[in-house]
Design a binder for this molecule. Sequence first.
Ligand SMILES: Nc1ncnc2c1ncn2[C@@H]1O[C@H](COP(=O)(O)OP(=O)(O)OP(=O)(O)O)[C@@H](O)[C@H]1O
Ligand SMILES: [Mg+2]
Length: 386
Amino acid sequence: MDREYSAKILLVDDQPEGLLAIETVLEGLGQNLVKARSGKEALWHLLREEYAVVLLDVQMPDMDGFELAALIRERDKSRRTPIIFMTAAYKSEDQVFRGYELGAVDYILKPIVPEILRSKVSVFVDLDRQTHTIRRQSELLREAERRQHEKQIEDALAFSHAVSHDLRAPLRHIESFSGILVQTYGDKLDDRGRDYLQRLAGAAKKMMRLIEAMLQLSEATRVEVHREIVDLSRIAASLEAEFRQSEPQRQVDFIIQDGITAAGDSHLLRVALANLLCNAWKYTGKRARARIEFGKTDLDGLPVYFVRDDGAGFDMSHANKLFLPFGRLHARSDFEGTGIGLATVQRIIHRHGGRIWGEGRVGQGATFFFTLSHRAAAVGSPGNGA
Ligand SMILES: Nc1ncnc2c1ncn2[C@@H]1O[C@H](COP(=O)(O)OP(=O)(O)OP(=O)(O)O)[C@@H](O)[C@H]1O
Ligand SMILES: [Mg+2]
């Protein structure tokens, strides 16, 4: 039995003597009795708490029991709360039917017979206790399921982390030996031989990128988040310099809003921004001149950060795939990629208590928005990601 459990019983009567009489009878049940002297007061209580049963005096001056019962039934919170009417006499059968229509489950005649009142109320207390127990059990079950699910994900990530880690060493050998082979024996091979060797090196490089991406994804899930004030504008600027260095021939205008700071993990937020800006850089790759923006706006007074580009964009009807591991909206022949970047970004944002979503139009660019706190996470925003 649940030791913390105590049913709430609402007693409604305009007469203090009436309330006292019922209270005396029900005290022995050891439950929580709440008294109301008017319909208004009763509704106030019913809005705030759930009750096992309401004992309602039919004759009250401001609002009679029937009117009050109708109002109780109109409200979601008390739509199913059992009501027992207390009345001095059945005035007519009509009145009794009206009471039942309004959701009364029982009538008690005054003067009250203590044993009858107690046994009727006990039925509802038992029912309430059972509902309470079932609710509690299903909460525990859900919690256990959630923990098991988390454990499965953790195990899978630990496994993929270990495998990825161990694959790196032999792959490095393949990479370095194929390099040596090209350098040392390249002139001894014919064109076809050199082509095979180049393909081998290319495939090893691709595999290395995939392994690095998987390690980054598992790291984003596993490492502890250390919060500090992070200068996001500075991170964005240093990433811009890296991209420019890697492809100096490209014409890209970077617009980075100054002084954007946030409380978060500096390493993880750098990884997140690197992935978002890398996407912006990559998916604008086919434009003669591109524009990439990093800025901050607000949604109902809460900070929302964004990375915007004017590149290839994407079809919003497939946006639900954006954040899934290996989810790609572009063909590999158009844009290289493993499809793990945004899944990593989403994990990082979630671990900060925020949410992320993307907006795009084919041929007209994309914008990725994210928040970094729980409050901001509650605000409505477009449906993908989150
Ligand atoms: N800025 C963007 N513009 C257009 N499409 C984008 C943009 N960012 C992401 N996408 C789409 O979302 C998909 C998932 O992005 P994600 O970063 O996870 O993968 P990726 O860039 O393909 O590979 P990688 O794992 O190397 O980052 C991409 O394949 C692309 O189709
Ligand atoms: Mg990417």
